[in-house]
Design a protein around this ligand. Structure first.
Ligand code: ZN
Length: 93
């Protein structure tokens, strides 16, 4: 086995806090959920405060403050805010 380093790639990302923040994120309550008044097991906030984004691996819940990343194929996927700074740094002009 050899070692590989991920090639640097510049991606577009923005942080999602509420409905309307990102065109690709729709309200979670518009999608099926067994109990819309339940709290999220990740962040503890109400499901109704969450978004939902279609990724290449299927739909994914977006917690408030999650980052929405645009992938190289134009796809979107969420990233938790505590992990994002470990993987990405801002590109300064
Ligand atoms: Zn959550």
């Amino acid at each position: 086995m050899a070692q590989y380093r991920k090639k640097p790639a510049i991606i577009d990302a923005s942080q999602w806090f509420k409905h309307g923040d990102h065109l690709s994120v729709r309200p979670r309550v518009e999608c099926f959920h067994p109990d819309p008044s339940a709290n999220c097991k990740h962040c503890g906030k109400a499901v109704s405060e969450h978004g939902f984004v279609d990724t290449l691996e299927g739909g994914h819940t977006v917690c408030p403050a999650d980052w929405i990343i645009e992938g190289t194929a134009g796809e979107f996927y969420p990233c938790k805010p505590d992990i994002f700074p470990d993987i990405y740094e801002k590109v300064e002009e």
